[in-house]
Design a protein around this ligand. Structure first.
Ligand SMILES: *Cc1c(COP(=O)(O)O)cnc(C)c1O
Length: 382
């Protein structure tokens, strides 16, 4: 289905962000670009080749269907790592294509061994260790069993990595918990070593940990949100610039989401605008209608709350976001015409729409709104 909006991926911004990430890492530390959720809505098809051109050759996805999509666009030498779910029917294909994956369960390990044997190949795995998040990692009890299975099947396994994930590295309030998780992680690595298992790549840090706790960067960081030009939380940004002379934001947003002015109307004082009674004009107003709504990924939570840019200026969303349209206030913006560009995310001139600038908008919505940008919106790299 064709779309009434368009997404541009700005190659210079991508390059800027990759350069920034490199600047906070040791030379040897691998950057694994996290491209789950269709590259946080940016589009795997455009992002993977663009990142490869910038020297990134390690990609983290969530699932086997996502891995399939990436395998079709990546170049031969890039690595794909699945951090989450794999359909049973996909193990053959994954092992055959040397796609790496997290093992967080004994059953998954047994399947991997069985399939690798039948193919006469090796499954390349990363052991996902429970350190305090209580989501997917292997608890100590299972880890012992996993070690037994590994040591009996070394011919069919490459234990490439050992991994875990922090529960809350984006906030200083979790400082003690993060330190504790890191200690547990190091203990488990030691235990593996004592049992003859010595994974080459140790990794635990995502974007927030890589910034807030540089000692956790180890051999590889899995970074998503920084690549796309956003901070994991506002707190992470404040903490980062607090340590520096230059207080400007080193990241550039890589995505610009555009639509256009569909209609312009005058509204009299006292009239209600849109569905229901959620917005009443307090003065004579001029409004514009844009052909984008929640079915296009423009969240309903932006009702009476979001902003767009038109003619270089901020235009507030008024009333509820509808399925296919949104109404915005242009009373104080001169010279707006039907067909003009409307920026939903990104920059126009010096003005920028960053979701983080919305009143009372919680930053985790960045991840959500980006990831929910529909696949049918056309994406081009500029
Ligand atoms: C999504 C994800 C990341 C990346 O998180 P960012 O905050 O975008 O850097 C890293 N590791 C795992 C396991 C993830 O699911």
């Amino acid at each position: 289905m064709a779309s009434t909006s368009h997404i541009e991926i700005i190659n210079n911004a991508l390059k800027n962000n990759v350069d920034f990430i490199k600047s906070i890492l040791d030379k040897e530390t691998i950057i694994s670009a996290v491209i789950k959720g269709n590259a946080y809505g940016h589009g795997v098809l455009v992002v993977v080749p663009a990142l490869e051109a910038l020297g990134i050759n390690h990609f983290s996805v969530y699932s086997s269907p996502e891995a399939r999509e990436v395998l079709n666009v990546k170049n031969k030498n890039s690595t794909i790592m699945i951090m989450g779910f794999i359909f049973k029917k996909d193990f053959d294909w994954i092992i055959d294509n040397k796609i790496e994956f997290f093992v967080s369960d004994l059953e998954i390990l047994n399947i991997a061994v069985k399939v690798a044997k039948s193919l006469n190949k090796k499954a390349i795995i990363h052991l996902d260790i429970e350190t305090g998040m209580h989501r997917t990692g292997l608890s100590i009890k299972y880890l012992k069993k996993v070690i037994d299975v590994i040591n009996k099947n070394k011919k069919h396994l490459i234990i490439k990595g050992v991994t875990s994930h922090f529960a809350g590295a984006e906030s200083i309030a979790n400082h003690t918990k993060v330190k504790k998780q890191f200690t547990v992680f190091k203990k488990r690595i030691k235990m593996l070593k004592e049992n003859g298992i010595n994974p080459k790549i140790k990794h635990i840090a995502s974007s927030a940990a890589a910034i807030n706790y540089p000692e956790t960067q180890l051999d590889l960081i899995r970074t998503g949100i920084l690549i796309y030009g956003y901070w994991p939380t506002r707190e992470t940004f404040i903490k980062y610039v607090a340590r520096r002379k230059d207080k400007s934001n080193p990241l550039d947003r890589t995505l610009r989401w555009k639509s256009q002015v569909m209609l312009i109307k005058d509204v009299l004082e006292g009239e209600f605008i849109g569905y229901g009674l959620s917005f009443q004009a307090q003065r004579k107003m001029k409004i514009m209608i844009i052909p984008v709504g929640y079915s296009d990924g423009y969240s309903r939570s932006l009702s009476n709350n979001g902003h767009v840019i038109v003619n270089g200026q901020n235009s507030p969303v008024i009333g509820n976001v509808n399925m296919n349209m949104t109404i915005c206030d242009i009373t104080d913006i001169s010279n707006v015409n039907i067909g003009d560009d409307v920026i939903l995310i990104g920059k126009q001139g010096n003005n920028e729409i960053s979701f983080t600038s919305f009143a009372e908008m919680n930053n985790s919505l960045n991840y959500e709104i980006l990831a929910r940008l529909p696949e049918n919106i056309e994406r081009t790299i500029i």
